[in-house]
Design a protein around this ligand. Sequence first.
Ligand code: SAH
Length: 364
Amino acid sequence: MNRDEILTWLREEDPEKLQGLWTLADTARQQGVGDAVHLRGLIELSSHCVRSCAYCGLRCGRKPLSRYRMSPDEVVDCARQGIRLGYGTVVLQTGEDPGLRAPDVAEIVRRIKALPTESGVPLAVTLSLGERADDELALWKQAGANRYLLRFETSDPLLFARIHPSLPGRPSDRVAMLRRLRTLGYEIGSGVMVGIPGQAWGTLADDLLLFRELDLDMIGIGPYLPHPDTPLGRGDPGFGPLEPGQQVPSTAQMTCKAVAIARILCPQANIPSTTALATLDPDHGREDGLSRGANVVMPNLTPVRYREKYDIYPDKACLHETAETCAGCLRGRIEQLGRVVGSGQGGRMGTEACSSVAQIAVSG
Ligand code: SAH
């Protein structure tokens, strides 16, 4: 699929034609990764953050927001619960928190990898801790971490600089960090928000092409959800949307189009149906994501008492549901779609997650 075809699909509004895109994506998903839906238990272990991202409710300039950092014992307990619920992976996610010291993270990873599981296969550990130094990333890899998630958020460097300011003396280059993570031996994941103010059609098309260029193992795509305590959410000067006609809308349908195209470009990648999509469309979001290209869901393992404080965007789906309730509900939804819950770690399938040539006829 080339850039023009991507743009045509992104702008397509005819439901019948879009049905063609959903079918192409579902076929690519079936051929690329099969019918298994993998469950990754999400542990949001710290809400402290040194960054001032214009979209995110955890931004450090925001007051008042009571912050938390879980103890290593609490994190390992969550991972144990993930094993009890049959998950093959835990994802450790935080704001960018230097107070979370690298040796402590390494120790948490080692303890999680040593937990006994029924199959004897240890949990896969995915880290999503923001931008950290190479020696820290290497340390965590040695401790047994398998994967790293770091969304590049947008392929437009000017938009990126505006919404994700660098820290003093540390220019932010997430694409470069993803390449280093790959060299260190991590499976790498990235992604973007659909409809972030300032995102033009061509920008989103370039985001999707960059997924393929980076040969991502995991691709997370969710709608942008405005947070009222952020510059973007308030629409502060310099943070408004583009002219109508140029700005990509942050709708569930647009998110599904991006998921579907990502699947066609990267048939073997692991692609979640995101919580943000379920938040925007509580009735159909999860299912639409799964039937339009996604093959992963990330149920929350964070203790309910901390959840509300991990306030990246408002009204997050399943905010008050315990891990058990979430697990049961998701299994039901997956089976209703005629899919099966994946077993094991559910890692990268082939040598190339993304296709270098279009393998499927894609024009519509
Ligand atoms: N500190 C880590 C994890 C951030 S939270 C990091 O920066 O990588 C994970 C993702 O949530 C972000 O990468 C971003 O794409 C998404 N996110 C943040 N704020 C959001 C918002 N207002 N709407 C939708 N998604 C958001």
